[in-house]
Design a protein around this ligand. Structure first.
Ligand code: GUE
Length: 292
């Protein structure tokens, strides 16, 4: 039986640490404020954004919600970005992805003030991540990759010298995670595995740690996992529960694969809550930098 990488409990711990830092900021007259920009009416996106604002309320971060219709034009969205860049109450913000197809997402991400970039996805901050091999430059990190590493290390596990197969090359998880893992303060050896990989099963089976960020239910099967591996389940899918007929959340890792692991992150309850906690960390850090 694998041990559980408990994202819910770890996120709660991080939130209680943040509450102290937020109280210290408030004593200086600064209230951190998270802005969210949500375009369209995708129910999953609305539910994620609602979760972020609940987290903010819990720790004492103010909320600024911008909700726009699916028909919002590029120019209108850019004007909203400009407003948040200039709003002193907003110390950090995110633009919820994915954006509608008619919007140029990369252009929007580039317009976010890098000092208010709570997702760590602005090209300047991704560039700082590339430049910062030592792990000592103070810049926001992408939330899910940072959450994956915090979840592992806060359970007393050491990535130093370990091989890590990152499955999935998306911009928000796989690509930046590879960079974080090679930082000297983490010191892991990543392999980025994707649809162009000749032997996916072999590459995963060779790894001490697998981070699955594909978004296909149970794509990681038992034959792809080395005995005693550490498994992190990032991808989420909504599938029908065969017993109840209702939709439920499930991850990239099959139950049979999880059985072979020494440690596994549940999904839900693993990396998702950590992603949200790291967003709060970025907002508080941005407010602290602005105050300094
Ligand atoms: N600009 C931007 N930044 C993001 O960080 C971002 C985004 N866009 N677009 C979508 C993805 C997805 N994402 C999740 C965060 C938390 C959970 C989470 O907390 N999940 C709970 C379950 C929540 C539920 O029940 O629906 C869990 O895993 O336990 C899930 C998914 C952030 N994303």
């Amino acid at each position: 039986m694998p041990q559980i990488l408990d994202g819910k409990a770890t996120a709660a711990q991080i939130k209680s640490e943040l509450a102290e830092r937020i109280a210290a900021l408030k004593e200086k007259g600064i209230t951190p404020g998270l802005g969210t920009v949500l375009v369209g009416d995708d129910p999953a996106s609305h539910s994620y954004v609602a979760g972020k604002h609940r987290d903010c309320a819990e720790v004492g971060i103010a909320s600024i919600k911008v909700e726009l219709p699916e028909s919002t034009t590029q120019e209108e969205l850019e004007a909203e970005i400009e407003k948040l860049n200039n709003d002193p109450a907003c110390t950090g913000y995110i633009v919820q992805l994915p954006l509608p197809k008619h919007i140029d997402t990369n252009r929007i991400l580039e317009l976010i003030d890098p000092d208010k970039d709570a997702d760590g996805l602005h090209p300047t901050n991704l560039g700082r991540l590339v430049l910062n091999a030592g792990g000592d430059i103070d810049s926001p990190l992408p939330c899910t990759p940072n959450g994956v590493i915090e979840l592992i290390t806060r359970h007393g596990l050491d990535l130093n010298g370990k091989t890590v197969a990152v499955f999935g090359r998306g911009v928000t998880v796989g690509r930046p995670l590879g960079l974080l893992l090679t930082r000297k303060n983490v010191n892991a050896t990543p392999t980025l595995v994707h649809t162009g990989t000749a032997d996916v099963a072999g590459a995963l089976r060779a790894a001490d740690v697998i981070v699955a960020a594909v978004g296909q239910p149970h794509i990681v099967t038992a034959d792809m996992v080395k005995d005693g591996a550490i498994l992190l389940d990032v991808g989420v899918s909504r599938i029908e529960d065969p017993e109840t007929g209702k939709k439920k959340l499930t991850g990239d890792i099959s139950p049979e694969a999880a059985e072979k692991a020494s440690w596994v992150s549940p999904n839900p309850g693993g990396v998702g809550p950590m992603t949200r906690a790291m967003l709060l960390v970025n907002v508080v850090q941005a407010a602290e930098r602005a105050a300094a």
